[in-house]
Design a binder for this molecule. Structure first.
Ligand code: FPP
Length: 245
């Protein structure tokens, strides 16, 4: 937790060091507005841009956005194709936004099922922004928390097999280091939109002590005001990390 941005204590925005977001409710937003689901995802991109630029402006160090889960592969093929079309457009069109805001892009997730053209755009944008030293933005794409732990366990098992690591030397730090993006600090706050009280297989290891903030609003309507509200709420939490204060 760091700087406060307002004078009035009641209204103070406490900027978390690290934020993770489950961007839920695009489909519900579209249904309510009488549109096809994909229009909700399209509007979701605008909300992504707002949250990325505002977090970067406020000085958040790391932001992880749950863009496509391992479980999302079970959605209708048409929706998957449209989502990746949008993702590719985002990776091309928002390069200026990332560079202007000194944001470094990362990917959290499995690469195996991603199409070559998605990987190419992802890798290009990651390379383009690699020397930006402001906020780290990781897009969780083809991501699952359990799958991340499976992959981390396999990495560690291989090191044990190669004689580089003793089984009893495996500790929390070595597990952290085997995750997809070890440079990311654990989220201080996990934001979820559209009211659902679930973790949905997101960052299972990393959210152990995250403050969970659920807003009823659907993701396309989540703007600066709602982000500030989340940070104000975070600022009012008493974080004990299991200890007695
Ligand atoms: C949840 O809404 C949202 C998703 C599964 C995808 C999130 C994707 C975006 C915001 C756009 C692309 C992202 C980036 C980073 C470019 P839902 O479809 O589950 O909504 P519902 O629960 O109301 O049906």
């Amino acid at each position: 937790m760091k700087k406060g941005l307002n004078n009035s204590a009641a209204d103070e925005i406490i900027v978390p060091r690290s934020v993770a977001v489950i961007m839920d409710g695009n489909g519900r937003w579209a249904k309510k507005a009488g549109f096809e689901r994909i229009r909700g995802h399209e509007r979701g991109i605008d909300a992504v841009r707002t949250t990325v630029t505002e977090c970067a402006r406020l000085g958040v160090e790391a932001l992880v956005l749950y863009a496509f889960s391992e479980e999302n592969w079970a959605r209708p093929k048409r929706e998957i194709n449209m989502l990746f079309k949008l993702l590719k457009r985002f990776l091309l069109d928002e390069r200026g936004t990332l560079m202007d805001n000194n944001v470094r892009l990362l990917h959290s997730g499995r690469r195996a099922r991603l199409a070559p053209d998605v990987l190419e755009l992802l890798d290009e944008t990651i390379a383009l922004t690699a020397s930006n030293d402001g906020m780290q933005l990781s897009l969780a794409i083809s991501y699952g928390g359990r799958q991340e732990l499976v992959d981390a366990t396999q990495k560690l098992a291989k090191r044990v097999q190669a004689g580089e690591l003793a089984p009893e030397a495996i500790d929390e730090q070595s597990i952290h280091d085997a995750l997809y993006q070890p440079s990311l600090p654990d989220p201080d706050v996990l934001i979820r939109t559209a009211g659902e009280m679930r973790i949905s297989n997101f960052l299972l290891w990393q959210v152990s002590y995250s403050e969970i903030y659920v807003h009823d609003i659907c993701w396309p309507d989540f703007g600066k005001d709602q982000l500030h509200e989340a940070f104000r709420d975070y600022g009012r939490r008493e974080r004990k990390f299991g200890k007695v204060l």
